[in-house]
Design a protein around this ligand. Sequence first.
Ligand SMILES: Nc1nc2c(ncn2[C@@H]2O[C@H](COP(=O)(O)OP(=O)(O)O)[C@@H](O)[C@H]2O)c(=O)[nH]1
Ligand SMILES: [Mg+2]
Length: 422
Amino acid sequence: MAQHSQNEGGADPAPVTGEPSEIRNVVLVGHSGAGKTALVEALLAATGTVDRPAGAGGTEAVRQRSAELTCTPLRYDGIKVNLLDTPGSAEFADELRAGLRAADAALFVVSAAGGMDAATVDLWEECAALDMPRVVAVSRLDHPKADFDEAVALSQRLFGDNVLPLHLTMLGDDGVSVAGLLELITRRVLDYTGGLPAAVREPEPEHLPAIGEARDELIETILAESEDETLLDRYIDGEEIAADVLIDDLETAVTGGHFYPVVPVCAETGVGVDALLEVLTGSFPSPLERDLPVITGVDGSPRPPLLCDPDGPLVAEVVKTTVDPQLGKISLVRVFSGTLRPDQTVYVSGPGPDEDGQPGHGTEAHLDRLHLPLGETRRAVPACVAGDICVVTGVDSARAGDTISAPGDPLLIEAREADNQP
Ligand SMILES: Nc1nc2c(ncn2[C@@H]2O[C@H](COP(=O)(O)OP(=O)(O)O)[C@@H](O)[C@H]2O)c(=O)[nH]1
Ligand SMILES: [Mg+2]
């Protein structure tokens, strides 16, 4: 946590990888206006993933992106994070659900200025049913009505147990604005007065009582989830547990979907953005650690469970289809098994009716090219491995929810439980 590393100097910063272990698929959910899209922009800016002109936030392009499901990859600390930003309003429930299916973990964005809708609470329950790891980002810390503690209390009330902050907020010299964070596990101050990355220093004596109290609760909760059952007793007996042991246990508890850290963030000032990147890359699971969808043959015949293996049989799911001004019809695709490559014949099948209105459809299609779904700079890539997400062109017949597999072994992803919810 909070190594505050930058992208490796000199290395290609483009978010590409051939290793499932280096991927995190994260869906952002929350109330409309909570700050999801602004947070994605801030995460991209902090990692230097896009050379977007300064001050581009709030443009027409950003508003457009807010109205639909988007996927934006970034690279941090050697990890490719695919951020799936969902539209807030209920009209887009299908897109939201598609985003959930493509993700392995969820980032709940809750505004520090207050407000949470019932739909967000329902989504929390839906994620719980899927054992989906979750992190809460309390956003918009620079809002005049921002109250971090109140937002944490609201999250705890509505989301339930094991929701606890990893940091406390620290006010700047003006006594009003949030200038830094007190990182509880390491007992360090992250100071953002000089921007990102934070300057890391020791806390002032006046901070220690607040850190001590919140840290005790955090650590007792994390250790209660630890596989080493002696740790909690040793901690309560006064033993100092090393920060790296605590961070390991924190990461295990988050990955397992048992503990939900809260991180304070501000897209505008950058406060907490690097701390959040550490949690997303360090604590969220790779696709190797998540259950994969059940598949059958297109005739419904049973097949062995999938593995997230780039050398396995090709199974990918169409998350959404849309029209790109440059590329024409494109499909956002999550690969579960095997490796997608450009210029390849694939089989596209789904449960929806065929052209004659009969249930189930399937056809061969030519997959043309693969692209990173990166804003305006659609960059062609040579492969997309199991666990990753990309944009494909050429499969014009594909619909959201369809399965892409190899023509020699056509497969179908079974509809998942949550898909049938209203
Ligand atoms: N000052 C400030 N404005 C923010 C911040 N985060 C979001 N906003 C603004 O709040 C509005 C809603 O944010 P947006 O990211 O679109 O929310 P979304 O609906 O959750 O995607 C936009 O006008 C943003 O520019 C922040 O941290 N500080
Ligand atoms: Mg948005």
